[in-house]
Design a protein around this ligand. Sequence first.
Ligand code: SAM
Length: 390
Amino acid sequence: MGGSDAKTGRFPIKMAKEHTSGAKALIDSVGLMPEINPRPTARLSFSAAGDALTYQSHPAARLTDSHGRVIHDLRVSVTDRCNYKCIYCRTGEAGAQYPELAIDEYLRLIRVFVALGISKVRLTGGEPLLRRGLVELIQELGRLRTLDGDALDLALTTNGHLLEGLAAPLKAAGLRRVTVSMDAVTAPAFERITRVPGSFETVLGGIRAARAAGLAPLKINCVLLRGFNDDQIEGFAQFARREDVVVRFIEFMPLEEGRLWTPEIVVPLKEIVERIGRVLPLAELEPREASETARRYRFADGVGEIGIIAPVSQAFCGACSRVRLTSDGKIRTCLFSQVEHDLYGRLRAGASDGELASYIVRTIQGKEARHHIGEPGFLKPSRSMVHIGG
Ligand code: SAM
């Protein structure tokens, strides 16, 4: 393991000896790619030593889709179990619908993605803190290096229920940042949503422990549904300032287990900004990078920041840099994909790292241009958010 070779500028992907015979076929298949997509894309080559596939770390040779988007952000679900049953997300079930991989299998797959240009890994679920071996996985991921030789940007999304006890070990293992989901700032509303008594105080304890452990910046994600929790908007603005957290409001997407979504239930960005602005004036901040999902605003008095993620009213598909790996090892190139790509099936069938890399490169080529929320003929994906990995 380690960074790219200083002399060759190449990043080795370890490949077992017994798989080297398959490498020629792999290279041949990758060699066909320019016919599919004339843009520069990931290019694998076979080293003279004959025991390693190398990925040329040329700046143009990053994981790129057929729309020219560079994919550098991987979201990995490590379980689709959850200890909350948020009423806009689940029908009442908390259990798994899909299998989980062993921790070292996630690690192997993530390593291949990183060798192809992924620089940010977000662990999610289901509820990732339920997953045994998570701290060890983070420790191992902390040792990986990007194509530029940097540590990964390692983040986690959690409901925060188990965070109080885990924040310090997660930070020590190498986690950089954590996002906690909270859909209300009053205890009764919060518990009505999660369907877990005492959950508000428990999550608050988790948030404070995360801050004390240095998991910063600490972000809070709040999904808003009209007539359900939009009375919490102004309270969240105060909460952001009081607790020194960045609250990010998210527009509700048609990804729930049941059938709740309508265009009218979405609280759009414009309305959120106007409502907060009436009590606490806001000033919009410049994006830090093109693929940033949240529009950021600071409070005019300089104390605190909020963000709004508006995939419905202001879709950001054109700058999407994400790919997802489900808990059972399927690649999803879009939250709304109608097809999944069985990466784990290939691993189980004995594919080498190079063959897995080739499969990923080809799969990314087929990434959808955009989602079609709200359009006639829109099809909900077969998996809901909790089973994809939010
Ligand atoms: N258990 C973790 C958590 O609570 O953050 C990770 C999984 S959860 C599915 C990830 C995020 O997806 C949460 O912030 C949740 O609110 C959000 N989410 C769930 N359903 C959604 C939907 N239909 N539209 C938008 N966001 C959704």
